[in-house]
Design a protein around this ligand. Sequence first.
Ligand code: 4AD
Ligand code: MG
Length: 461
Amino acid sequence: LVTVRELYRSRETYMDKEITIGGWVRSVRDSKAFGFIVVSDGSYFETLQVVYHDTMANFSEISKLNVGAAIIVKGTLVATPQAKQPFEIQATEILVEGASAPEYPLQKKRHTLEYLRTIPHLRARTNTFQAVFRVRSLIAYAIHQFFQERGFVYVHTPLITGSDCEGAGEMFQVTTMDLNDIPKNEDGSVDFSKDFFGKPTNLTVSGQLNVETYAMAFRNVYTFGPTFRAENSNTTRHAAEFWMIEPEIAFADLQDDMNLAESMLKYVIRYVLENAPEEMNFFNQFVDKGLLERLNGVLNSEFGHVTYTEAIEILEKHNDKFDYKVSWGCDLQTEHERYLTEEIYKRPVFVTDYPKEIKAFYMKMNPDNKTVAAMDCLVPGIGEIIGGSQREDDYEKLLARMNELGLKQEDYQFYLDLRKFGSTRHSGFGLGFERCVMYLTGMGNIRDVIPFPRTVGNCEL
Ligand code: 4AD
Ligand code: MG
């Protein structure tokens, strides 16, 4: 089978030749002696028109095909200079592989993204999702390529863990216990001794703590896998299950970390512009009119840098515009992040040195003893896309911070050990993969960039 994308890319090779394609029917229109079928073959969001005639033995079967049927078409590719599409197939043979029932939900009309979310098993057959999920796949590939080219080791960190990296308590618990008959200790607490792991466990919120141990062996490493957060945030950019890319670099400080993040984002942008020009034009035309100009602008400029303290000073001047007023010490909300990157900087910006109270236990304390060596990368249209930091590499300081926050030393002794056996400066960050896909496609809702979204109250399929 030749693909429709191949036909578009190398049409001269196939023109006036016999070809065979396989795909799904998007529409059928028949007159008495001939008809037209529009076919989508999954290689490209563009479709191919098939013309068929009543000289075919199965002409009436074909004319009765419903949208969604799977067919194989043999015929000649011919140019159609007057038509909207550059060419079509004059079919000599059409084989019906699988008919489609008339109640097929995707009919030949525009469906809303909201409606398509209710049929996640079928929405990948529409133009928009053909483009989104092909680009999602390419972005993943580009990210691996970026790190592999630089000698980073890809580490597979566990999904089931006993620790809470971010300390936010937003974890999905994992248990084999019968929820209707949970064994209790004498003091009323849950008795985990007979549970599968013999202790409380949860799905990971981040691979960082594990990947740090490998950074202390390989220097430059990354993990790229699913992470889980039981955050009760019903927004367009939060999912309960999302993928995260987390590089960790040894002998590197916060500035090195930001340099790595900026190079990575630029690399990925360049990669999709070069390798998916059709999809990127499609998004620019139908999803987000300013997309290409914006992404090209990012390639040709440096990211902004501002400290949290400076950012608060800037934002305080615009407090009248915010639902939630800012002051030093508060966590930045999406409205503030977007204001900074969209109105003040008009490009991606790193905000650094946040108050220690609003960041995780492992971040390196700054000399002021109030802020930590943290960085968030904010981008227009989304807000935070990356969160990272230089890690506390001093055993005593880390232990003191853990004690302050009430973390149990025995749960994190492996992590403290890294500060005992050859500790070094090191830094890392987490890129939210879905937010990255949103940023590069212009799609406005995280539910539309992950095949089967898990969000508050929704776990379809
Ligand atoms: O800022 P976060 O919580 O950082 C960490 O997890 C660190 N351990 C990363 C590291 O330093 N290795 O999360 C990192 C990124 C965020 O910037 C955001 O893009 C994404 O993960 N993210 C989410 N994406 C979708 N849905 C959610 N609920 C998300 N929570 C975080
Ligand atoms: Mg964060």
